[in-house]
Design a binder for this molecule. Structure first.
Ligand SMILES: [Zn+2]
Length: 237
């Protein structure tokens, strides 16, 4: 291989490594989002809390209804006593009337409480339904999203294998010392070891090459590096 061919192969290797890096990043993102169930978990927790609150509201409502029924029974019994004429003593009669009045007030009061409890149950019921609908929709969306994500994961895996195979093939054509040099420059220079020469400049750092540097890049039997950024220069004629 000529020096230019070697530089071209290294440049190609760099492109492959760049694509592999991008694929690896996306694979990571896909894996993370496949594992991320936080939205569903939150909605499930909300649904559970709402269901518990609904049970509590229904309990409060039932208890208010029982109290109201009890007051109704007591009131009816006292009214029956009053109208039956059994109580004749004016003082007792007065006390009975007072008690009936008191029970009626309590009944009114309890009716209001019962209505409030029913309202509270109704709105909790609505909340449970709302959250359940939201959860169902989120589960459906998640299923669609997961299917797309799994397809993308397979696609990325196939692409990665393909690039990896091309890389292995390319690497067999380059000698070990050169690959070590490539890896070292990559490590210390933001993952880019090779820079193209474009319109007489290093494409990476934009420094303008002198005519003699340009000449060496084109004709030397040694790989040339940029005097400014240290990357291997590749002249693509
Ligand atoms: Zn440079």
């Amino acid at each position: 291989m000529s020096t230019t061919q070697i530089a071209a192969a290294l440049y190609q290797l760099q492109q492959l490594d760049f694509d592999l890096e991008r694929i690896s990043n996306e694979q990571q993102a896909v894996a993370t989002s496949l594992q991320d169930n936080s939205v569903l978990q939150q909605l499930r927790a909300e649904q559970k809390t709402a269901q518990q609150q609904l049970q509590a509201a229904l309990q409060t409502q039932r208890s208010a209804e029982w109290t109201l029924e009890d007051l109704g029974r007591r009131l009816k019994a006292q009214e029956q006593r009053l109208y039956s004429g059994v109580v004749k003593n004016p003082k007792e009669l007065k006390a009975l009337e007072q008690e009936i009045l008191h029970l009626r007030l309590q009944q009114d009061n309890q009716e209001e409480k019962t209505l409030e409890a029913m309202d509270a149950s109704d709105s909790m019921q609505e909340k449970v339904e709302r959250v359940s609908t939201e959860l169902r929709q989120a589960e459906e969306a998640r299923a669609t999203q997961s299917a797309a994500m799994l397809a993308r994961r397979d696609q990325l895996e196939a692409r990665r294998n393909e690039l990896q195979a091309r890389r292995e093939q390319l690497v067999t054509r380059l000698d070990a010392g050169l690959l070590t040099r490539y890896d070292n420059i990559r490590r210390t220079r933001q993952g880019r070891a090779v820079s193209k020469v474009e319109q007489g400049s290093c494409q990476w750092c934009r420094v303008i090459l002198t005519p003699s540097e340009l000449q060496r890049v084109r004709t030397s039997t040694e790989l040339q590096t940029c005097s400014n950024c240290g990357r291997i220069l590749y002249y693509d004629r």
